[in-house]
Each structure stands twice: as C-alpha cells, then as structure tokens.
Design a protein around this ligand. Structure first.
Ligand code: 0RA
Length: 648
C-alpha cells in the first residue's frame, strides 16, 4: 500500500475509486497486455487510441475533424469537434462521465453509445489506458455552452473537473505526455503517425484529419488529409504509377445486418495483386472471413458477367481466382459490432457470419457496376483473360518440360520439304519468305542435303508476346519442329536436324523486317543456335544484268555499276542493249536463278550470324522489338546513317 490514496481509511476515497486505482495500477504493471509493447510501437498506439475515440464520434456522425499536434517536448494533443465527453455525474458510479472515461478500463460500455467499438486487439482499450501510461494528462471538454477542464498524473487525478465558464461549440481536447518510466522510446515519428492518419482519413470518407509537428526548429511540419472519395481515392493512391486498365474505380457501400461494407477496386496492367482489408479501421493483414467472402464473390461475379455477355470464346471457358485478381488494387473495409480477431498477430477476422454478408454484397454491387459500365467491364474481362492465358501458358510450359519436349518428337510440318540425308552435320535448312519463293527454292535446291521451309509473311514478334502466344503461332511451331532442338530450357543443340539454318528473305524493307523477327526468335528461344554459329543469312542478288544470252548478278549497288561499266566498256547502258532487272523479291527468280545465285554452295555468299555480347544484343532486341516506342526511335535515329540500300 505504497500509495496513500489506496488506503481505504482515507475518507476522500470510496470503494469505486479504489477499484479504479487498482485497474490503472494493473495497466502500469503490465502495459504490454494493454498496448502490445512499451517500445516505439506501443508509444504510437497511445495516439491511435485517443484518435480512435474521436473517430468513433465521427462515425456516429457528430464530428467533422480531428487535429493531432506533436509538441516540442514530445507530448501530443488530439482535438475533435464532436459532442464532447459527457460531464454530468453518473447515477451509479457517482463520478462525472469524463472522469469515468479517463479512469475506468473499458468505460465505453458505461455510456449508452452504440458504435463499432473494437473488442480485443490493441485498439479500443480506452483512453484510460493512455491516462495510466502518461506522466501527465489534461482533458478539456466543450459541451452544453460551457468549457471544462481536468488533469491527471500517471492516471491519478490531480484536479477535479472544473467548469471554466461559458464557451461556444462542442468538442474534446486531450493532451498527454507518455511516461518515460514506462516507454523505452518516447520520441514520436512524424511519418509513422501521419501515414496511419492518412489511412484513417481514407477509411473515413470526408473526415478531415490534420497532423502538425512543432518539433522542427524552422517551421512546423503539417499534413492535412480529407478524402471525399474515401476508399476510391485510397485505391488511386495505392495504384500510384501503375497504368489503369479502366478509367473509373469500382466503388460501393452496402449495409447488411452482420456488417457495414465498403469496397473500392481498380485493375492495372501489372501482374501483381494488392488487396488490403480492414475491420473497424484496423488493418487485417491475415485476412479472414471478409476476405474469403470478397474473393468468392469476385471470381463468381466476373465469370457470370463474362458468360452472360458472351465474352468467353469457348463454352467451357472460365476464370480462376488468381486470374481475376491479377493487376488488382483493392481495399475492403467492414464495420462489425463485435469483431473476433484471431491468428498469430490478431489481425484475422474470425466472425464467420461476415463472410456471407461480404460475398452477398459484392456479388450484388459488382454485378450492378459491371452492367452499368460495359466498357470498363470488357476491359476487366480482357485483362483477366490475358492473365488466364499466361497462367495456361505457364502450365503448358511446365508440361512441356515434363514431357521432355513435346515439339521435338512431333510430326514434321507439312510445308517442310525435307532433305534425304540424315547426317545433320551435312545438311542445311532454308527458311524462306513466302510460298512462291519457297516453291522456287524447292525446285532449285539439291534435295539430298537442302531442306526448305517456307514461312508466311511477318512472323510473330516474340519480344512482345507471352510464351503461350509464341507456341500457338503456326509458323513458329513449324520452325521448332523442323529444327528439332526444342526451345529455351528444353533446347538441345545435339538434336539439331541441320547444322546450317539459312534465313532467306527478300532484299527489301519487308524482308529485313522478317529477318529481324526471325533473329529475335532465335535469340530469345534458341540462343545456343546462334552461339554455335548455325544461323546464316542468304544473300540474294539485287540486280540481274543481261546482255544477249549473258547473265550477270549484282549483290550491291557498287557491283551493279561495275558490271554495267564492264559490259558497256564505259559507254552507257541503253546504247549496248543491256537488260537490267531489279529484283523486288525472291519470287521473281526462277528455280535455276535462285540456285545459281543464292543456294549453290560453290557460288553463293552466306553471312554467318554471330553475337559479340549477349547482354548488348539483349538490350538491342528489347529496345527494337519491345513495347516502348521511344527507345526504338532513339536507336533508329542513332543508327540510321549506317543503313544502306533502303528500299521503301
Ligand atoms: C461518450 C458519449 C458521448 C460522447 C463521447 C463519449 C465522446 C468521447 C470522446 C473521446 C474523444 N472525443 C470524444 N467525443 C465524444 C455522447 C454523449 C451525448 O452527447 O449524447
């Protein structure tokens, strides 16, 4: 009985007050039990506890603003414009309401005030805990036209509630200095407080919350939060720089007997999921019933919408939970009368009845939103379908690995005119642009060692496609099967069916483009083929120069000039009846011409493709063939002066 005030013989103190002192003594003995810790975390919880009371007032519709100030001495003031803590004497406890609030643990129940108070967890223990753990606390109330004041030290009253006289307005002010005997850290972190206050402002739409830090020498730090858009604005804030898939944030509020529900969400072009859930303004990191309900509803409603609006291509198509959450930024906030917090960190909602309430509300409101926003709905389904395709591709890629390369053992493509020799070190394959050139090449070739694979037009740009699209492409599949090596992780040089892979395209811009696309494919999917020196580029002539029965070919402009000079003895072309043909494409050559100029090993020129640096090639391919236009433009501008024979 160290404290004389705990002595029941002291006539100032009745039995009720002894209970009070014992209660606060318990808080000081085991502060961790009430605020979680006595470190920096617990210190900041003191502020949250006081602010929570103001926010309760706001949620009850009686408070528009909360102002938090950190003073130079690391004491804190919280002011609100609520109704003010009651000051009249409680009929049973015989103490003013404000004094009960300041000294009785969980005094909230003593006031006839129904709100979504938190039972359990660290919040909602009551401002009396803050009082017990403060070396000094002052409370002021504006209420009923008057201004009141009371003060405490370490939870013990040092001044009776005093009526300071008439005053306008209503509200409450609590000023407290955390006790250094309790806390190992007594310096507040502005960022920690302001980010929680920002979060609270998002969670309580329209509520103004300010924070002011008076500690800096020069000028106080100030933040002013007020979000009329509530969670919708929160989602925009969280999405940050990620590019939105649809313009408007999906947003709704719903009331159910089990819970009040507020949800905002938006899809972006990214691949991650960012879902945050709250119960009574407390973040539920571990999820729980509300999150389970949300996920179930999301998957169901999006699938239903896609099916009803015929956005699936196949009848049995469907989107998985992961598909509909790819690139999603989402905030769910529920208010529950008696939340049960479970889990390791007591941040998992246990109330099973909330699951159905959330599921039902999201089903209903999301369906309405999608119906009312068909353009956005379509963009969302498309995004989810992309996610589904990627996931399917990943699955297939895994299957592929498991089957130890399905493509390699596959039937050779019908378009392939294979050679008769089977010793790969002696054989070569021409990948030829277009069917007509392919036809000439098939007729002109030496079929014992030369295979021909015609491909149609511009093949897929593998730089801008996910693996599923790459493998679905007929031309690419034909190449993979013909070459026999497999791709990427399953690539095996030993299985190459030819040791020369010769790209043969037209000598124009389109041909150059197709050549680049093919090289991109080899670089990304069969890099070892380049490293082994198996990839070549055929050099078809640019000109055919005929004089009578004589035929000459020129592969460059310089060669053409030289040939013409030789045939005319320097006297001009027309005069000597020269016939000069500019080859627009391989198809203009007959089989013999193609063989003589481009395919005959004794006369042809092949360029072997080599790679100085894979990293450099990597960067060039992604700049040239990737999504971004600007790096491509920059590269082209920088390298344009090296481009010759540009034929547009
Ligand atoms: C109980 C009843 C009433 C208000 C409050 C508590 C109250 C507590 C705090 C704590 C910080 N700010 C606060 N503002 C209000 C309402 C009594 C009534 O007027 O009916």
């Amino acid at each position: 009985m160290a404290d004389p005030r705990l002595d029941p013989n002291q006539n100032d103190y009745n039995a009720g007050q002894i209970q009070v002192l014992k209660g606060l003594e318990a808080v000081r003995k085991r502060p961790g039990m009430y605020i979680g810790s006595t470190s920096s975390r617990g210190l900041h919880h003191l502020v949250y506890e006081v602010v929570d009371n103001s926010i309760d007032e706001a949620m009850a519709g009686h408070c528009t603003g909360v102002d938090v100030t950190i003073h130079k001495d690391n004491s804190v003031t919280v002011i609100d414009d609520g109704r003010g803590i009651p000051v009249d004497v409680h009929p049973v406890e015989k103490l003013p309401g404000v004094e009960l609030a300041m000294t009785v643990l969980h005094a909230g129940g003593k006031f006839d005030k129904s709100s979504y108070k938190v039972s359990g967890g660290l919040h909602g223990v009551g401002v009396s805990v803050v009082n017990a753990l403060s070396v000094e606390l002052e409370v002021e109330v504006w209420r009923g036209g008057r201004h009141y004041h009371q003060s405490y030290e370490r939870g013990i009253k040092t001044k009776e509630l005093e009526d300071l006289g008439p005053a306008e307005g209503t509200g409450t002010r609590v000023h407290f200095q955390p006790d250094p005997e309790i806390f190992t850290e007594t310096v507040f972190n502005f960022e920690t407080l302001s980010s929680r206050l920002r979060e609270l402002a998002f969670l309580n739409r329209g509520l103004r919350i300010t924070i002011r830090d008076e500690r800096p020498e020069e000028e106080p730090l100030e933040e002013d939060f007020r979000f009329e858009g509530g969670l919708a604005e929160y989602v925009e804030y969280l999405r940050g720089a990620r590019q939105a898939v649809h313009e408007d944030v999906i947003y709704f509020e719903a009331e159910r007997p089990e819970a009040e529900i507020e949800l905002a969400m938006q899809y972006d072009t990214g691949f991650s999921e960012n879902t945050h859930t709250f119960v009574n303004n407390i973040s539920t990191h571990e999820g729980g019933a509300h999150l389970t309900g949300l996920k179930a509803a999301l998957t169901r409603t999006i699938n239903d919408y896609a099916r009803r609006n015929k956005l699936f291509k196949k009848a049995d198509e469907s989107l998985s939970g992961d598909d509909v959450r790819e690139g999603l930024t989402c905030v769910l906030s529920v208010r529950v009368m008696e939340p049960q917090f479970e889990g390791q960190t007591k941040t998992k909602l246990g109330n099973s009845e909330v699951r159905g309430a959330v599921e039902n509300a999201v089903n209903e409101h999301l369906a309405i939103w999608l119906d009312e926003n068909p353009k956005s709905a379509k963009q969302i389904i498309e995004k989810s379908l992309q996610a589904a395709r990627a996931r399917e591709a990943a699955r297939r890629a895994r299957d592929l690995a498991r089957k130890k390369n399905a493509l390699e053992g596959g039937v050779l493509p019908g378009k392939l005119a294979d050679c008769s020799l089977s010793d790969a070190s002696l054989t070569e394959i021409y990948i030829v642009e277009g069917d007509s050139a392919g036809g000439s090449a098939k007729q002109g070739r030496d079929r014992s060692f030369q295979a021909i694979l015609p491909i149609k037009g511009k093949i897929l740009n593998v730089e801008r496609a996910r693996i599923d699209k790459i493998l679905a492409n007929t031309e690419i599949r034909a190449m993979i099967t013909a070459l026999g090596t497999g791709i990427r992780e399953e690539f095996s040089l030993d299985k190459a069916r030819y040791h020369k892979v010769i790209i043969m395209t037209d000598a124009d811009v389109d041909g150059a483009h197709i050549r680049t696309l093919l090289l991109t494919f080899f670089f990304r999917q069969m890099r070892e083929l380049i490293e082994a020196g198996y990839i070549y580029i055929a050099q078809p002539p640019l000109y055919r120069i005929a004089k009578g029965k004589q035929e000459h070919y020129a592969f460059t402009e310089d060669e053409r000039t030289e040939v013409v000079k030789r045939l005319t003895n320097g006297k001009g072309e027309e005069a000597r009846g020269l016939n000069i043909q500019r080859y627009k494409g391989l198809g203009e050559m007959n089989p013999d011409q193609l063989w003589n100029t481009t395919m005959d090993p004794d006369g042809r020129t092949l360029l072997q493709v080599t790679m100085e640096s894979a990293a450099e090639a990597d960067s060039i391919f992604s700049r040239l063939m990737g999504d971004e236009v600007e790096p491509r433009r920059a590269f082209i501008e920088k390298n344009a002066r090296y481009v010759r024979n540009l034929d547009i």
